[in-house]
Design a protein around this ligand. Structure first.
Ligand code: ADP
Ligand code: ZN
Ligand code: ZN
Length: 728
């Protein structure tokens, strides 16, 4: 028999499948990791197919040397998923295989932790010399306990006494496997919860379903997590496993504790803040079947589970579900294919569906389930809009509006907590007039222009049109046109001048190490009155009982981000952030400061009217030719040698232009340009951007893959992204 083997090497030119002969002495199946001769070396490879014959000369085929593991590392479904990802996202198979095998599993550097135990062999006391008191005591101790940790015994009776007992063969030393299960310092009280009607109906529909994608649209606090938990319970009952994905940021200790309460040791957590050893053990608990539920961020979709009965993608609108470095993929697509392979339901849950998902639900491709009320029967917090322009006109040029300062004072006097949210998306990259709120936009694309320092120009990231930078506002003539962003630190400084209460800060700078994030949240949780100032990191998932006020000081920041999703992201942020207020007894309030209070996104968000927002936004997308009506494709071409990179870019671009001739009515737009981040990690970066109508898209995309494959060279990397989340 012949095995097709993909060799696990980093070189970007090798993504070929090689045929190897399976010697009679070996039984090899798909998914096995094997050792094979490769040129003068011996390297690891993965068996991705087994066949009778090879199209190569059989006498020249080399033999597989050995199998690396007793069980295959990859299942057949995993291998199928690799092929799917290769084809869907233009990835190398070797890179997709790696996704299933965490580095510490692959490189074998981390091992199962063994703890040395001492076990009693025989209690023949006569073998112990008179006077060897410690040995005798240790033996008597073991008579009672039969087994004890070597470290404990050594401490009690001295290492030499134990050594003598071992030498006399009265006791023996054994290594016992021990799991480095991640410890959670948080605990939440177990609550007995009876699902309400809407929740119960959701659970009934989902648990009865086979392969089908559900969009679970439920307002914040509507009890979506309870729905997931109940569906997963049903899975376990029928002997199946489940995967639950959450954005890294909302994988909070509280969430963890809730799942531990519900499922105990059947749940394994894969989280980037775990130590290597912990990850290794959690992964192995899943692989061995000891744990049946995997919870984690994006990459947890590759957890080593078989017989999957449910996949959940919580906060489905979150951009972290797009991988932005190699291998680039979109988690929803992977999850859908995995659900298809397992013939099981997939839940996409959120309070603010992505426009794309809602569109698919409207078209009937997804099934929409709605939870319309908060589980605690509380009203959603009132969102008050404050017009910052009129603040300026009435003489307040500070960061905070009078309204907000008023509310903050009240909140502090009531000994409650406040959260102040700062939008860091698009930090200081766009210009804004401080007098009238004007923001320069592309005349062709209606997205905000991005300032490029290098050549002192404003550029549109979607069509590359360039504009001169502005010193005066074209609308009102004011000279105070500048970058619009304030940092967390400045806000904290301002607050310190105004209020004498503990102020906590949570952003990327303040959370360099993995535990400080949890520590900051913990201390905030236990302090009242207090203020927490933070970026996106505080927007999701946290359940602070005493927060009654939420301030959004610069809501427009994401609105002007140079991205066609800017409005959608703004809606999502407002809703998520507002959801933090008034989660328990006291009522919550949100103050939202903006320079354009009339914008529909604020009107809809402050009314919690997702449907109205969707209607408006989907129309704009259609008119402006943006997803979901077209696909945006980016070909990223980069290399250390600028000339070679440029040559490659030109070749690809020329051929795609020819393609455009053939499919002229399918192209909305095509161009080649420097990336906004021209140089990154020593690479020169260029991109080809195009927008394609959906009709013939798959056909065109596969032709583009062919072109890129054909023109691929050793020195230049080419990546293709469909609907990139970030055009930097
Ligand atoms: P979501 O995931 O939609 O934000 P959660 O599942 O976290 O909502 O629920 C919000 C709060 O309401 C939690 O404290 C949860 O324990 C509680 N809760 C959920 N469902 C119910 C219910 N049916 N009855 C009482 N409390 C509930
Ligand atoms: Zn102006
Ligand atoms: Zn443009």
């Amino acid at each position: 028999m012949i095995a097709e083997v993909i060799v696990d090497v980093l070189s970007s030119t090798v993504d070929k499948v090689f045929d190897y002969n399976i010697p009679h002495s070996l039984t090899v199946v798909v998914g096995d990791r094997v050792l094979v001769p490769f040129g003068p070396r011996k390297i690891d490879g993965f068996v991705i197919n087994i066949k009778q014959t090879s199209s190569y000369d059989k006498s020249k085929l080399k033999d597989i040397i050995s199998k690396k593991d007793p069980q295959p590392l990859l299942s057949e479904n995993m291998v199928r998923l690799c092929f799917f990802m290769k084809q869907k996202f233009y990835l190398r198979l070797a890179d997709t295989i790696r996704l299933f095998l965490p580095p510490m599993v692959r490189n074998g550097k981390v091992k199962q932790k063994l703890v040395q135990y001492v076990t009693l062999n025989c209690d023949d006391v006569s073998q112990i010399k008179k006077g060897a008191k410690k040995q005798l005591e240790a033996l008597l101790y073991l008579q009672e306990k039969a087994r004890e940790k070597h470290s404990v015994l050594s401490q009690k009776f001295g290492a030499s006494a134990i050594k003598s007992l071992i030498e006399k063969n009265l006791v023996r030393l054994e290594g016992v496997k021990e799991n480095r299960a991640p410890q959670n310092k948080f605990s939440v009280a177990k609550k007995e919860i009876t699902l309400n009607n809407q929740q119960q109906q959701a659970v009934d529909v989902i648990t009865k379903s086979k392969y089908q994608t559900f969009l679970l649209h439920g307002v914040t606090g509507s009890g979506k997590t309870e729905v997931y938990i109940n569906c997963i319970k049903d899975c376990l009952k029928s002997g199946k496993t489940a995967i639950m994905l959450v954005p890294e940021i909302s994988l909070t200790p509280q969430m963890f504790a809730r799942f531990k309460n519900a499922f105990g040791d059947t749940v394994a957590i894969l989280h980037s803040s775990l130590s290597q050893g912990e990850r290794f053990d959690e992964w192995n608990r899943l692989k061995s079947g000891e744990a049946k539920i995997a919870i984690g961020a994006r990459s947890c979709i590759f957890a080593p589970l078989e017989n999957i009965g449910l996949i959940v993608v919580d906060e489905e609108h979150d951009s972290s579900y797009y991988s932005e470095s190699n291998p680039r993929f979109h988690t929803h697509e992977v999850a859908r294919y995995l659900a298809y392979l397992n013939n099981c339901p997939l839940i996409l849950g959120t309070a603010t569906p992505s426009i794309e998902s809602y569109y698919l639900a409207k078209k009937g491709e997804y099934r929409l389930i709605q939870l319309t009320n908060r589980a605690n029967q509380k009203e959603l917090p009132n969102i008050e809009l404050v017009d910052m322009l009129s603040e300026i006109h009435s003489g307040n040029t500070g960061i905070f509006s009078y309204r907000f300062l008023n509310e903050l004072e009240k909140c502090i006097n009531d000994k409650k907590q406040a959260m102040i949210f700062i939008n860091r998306r698009g930090f200081s990259s766009f210009l804004m007039c401080k007098e009238c709120g004007y923001v320069p936009k592309c005349e062709d694309c209606d997205v905000s222009l991005v300032y490029h320092k290098e050549d002192d120009m404003l550029k549109c990231h979607y069509c590359n049109r360039r504009y001169k930078t502005l010193n005066t506002c074209p609308k009102c003539g004011s000279k105070s046109i500048r970058f619009g962003a304030v940092g967390t630190q400045r806000i904290v400084d301002e607050l310190k001048k105004l209020f004498n209460v503990p102020i906590f800060r949570l952003d990327n700078d303040s959370t360099q190490n993995k535990n400080s994030y949890i520590e900051i949240l913990e201390s905030f949780n236990h302090t009242s009155p207090a203020i927490l100032v933070g970026t996106q990191m505080i927007a999701k998932g946290h359940d602070f009982n005493n927060v009654t006020l939420v301030g959004i000081v610069d809501a427009d920041m994401s609105l002007h981000f140079s991205d066609y999703k800017a409005v959608e992201k703004t809606y999502q942020l407002i809703t998520q952030v507002s959801g933090r207020a008034g989660r328990s007894e006291s009522e919550g309030k949100v103050v939202l400061q903006t320079y354009c209070p009339k914008h529909f996104v604020y009107r809809c968000a402050s009314n919690y009217d997702y449907t109205a927002f969707y209607k408006k936004e989907i129309n704009l997308r259609e008119v402006a030719h943006f997803p979901p009506f077209v696909s945006i494709l980016r070909i990223l071409v980069f290399g250390e040698d600028e000339q070679k990179t440029l040559n490659n870019l030109e070749q690809i671009y020329t051929q795609i232009k020819d393609l455009k001739q053939t499919y002229s009515s399918d192209f909305v737009y095509l161009s080649a340009m420097k990336c906004p981040k021209r140089r990154l990690q020593r690479n020169y970066r260029y991109q080809i951007l195009m927008r394609l109508y959906k009709k013939n898209e798959p056909e065109i995309v596969s032709k583009i893959y062919e072109i890129c494959d054909k023109l691929k060279t050793r020195n230049v990397s080419v990546f293709i992204e469909n609907d990139p989340q970030n055009l930097s």
